[in-house]
Ligand binder design. Sequence first.
Ligand code: MG
Ligand code: MG
Ligand code: MG
Length: 306
Amino acid sequence: MPMYVVGHKIPDSDSICGAIALAYLKNQIGEPAVATRLGEVSPETAFILDKFGFEAPEFKESYAGEEVYIVDHSELTQAPDDIAEATIVGIVDHHKLGDLTTSTPLECWIRPVGCSNTVIKMMYDFYKVEIPANIAGIMMCAILSDTVIFKSPTCTTADIKCVEALAEIAGVEDFKALGMDMFKVKSAVEGTPVRDLVMRDFKDFNMNGNLVGIGQLEVIDLSVFDQIKADLEADIAALKEEGKRHSVILLLTDIMKEGSELLVVSDDVSKIEAAYGKATENGRVWLDGVLSRKKQVVPPLQDAFA
Ligand code: MG
Ligand code: MG
Ligand code: MG
């Protein structure tokens, strides 16, 4: 019976590319593994897979009775719904330690770096397994995506060195140009249903017993949202009610200006204002220098709820 290698719900490029890369590594060291996914791939991920000749991993929601290797998270809210009935054999991640627990020993590869694929590269080095060019390509793209082409405060020298090494293996000369191409794909929001945009990179967090949903859209120029901002706001308000959430925040991140506008709906907006030390105006606030949900948005809010 193979283990299933799966990233978080609403998978991003790190979750999908990481599952493929880690499943390949596991198979190379004699541990049968199959990459799976918990949701649709994003346009950015589709672009990456297409570029390097991969199909999306198999969609699989239920893991009861199976062995699972978790990628790019350790949070119950982001894991398969029936994860409690599965055996978690390992976790590779780069987020804060979440609330997944196990009843058997597991391997953990968790490092404070910019991307799970950077940690997976360390695993390849540890097991002395050669990385095929196409797998190197998708790993590199995942790191460029998660680190916002090295601009994110989550980016470390390990991520940069890793991208340089992977670019060499993949035969990609101008990786920054490829990174910009990815973000151009990400910035094409026209014609996409508003709910799809809100949910494109959306995560729920349990903050001291309160469900808080935080979505993020990273684009090259925030003006792409000018015509649809009111619709986005109406939709996050609906999403808050539907999911009985305390708050929903949508980060509109401008990767060139290097900051984010937050659209906020909340039962208690003062929590959010306290977290970021800035007043909202009609449910909006611009936070200069804020690019990372994981490092700059979640921790202060967690503290505000504590
Ligand atoms: Mg992720
Ligand atoms: Mg990641
Ligand atoms: Mg991200």
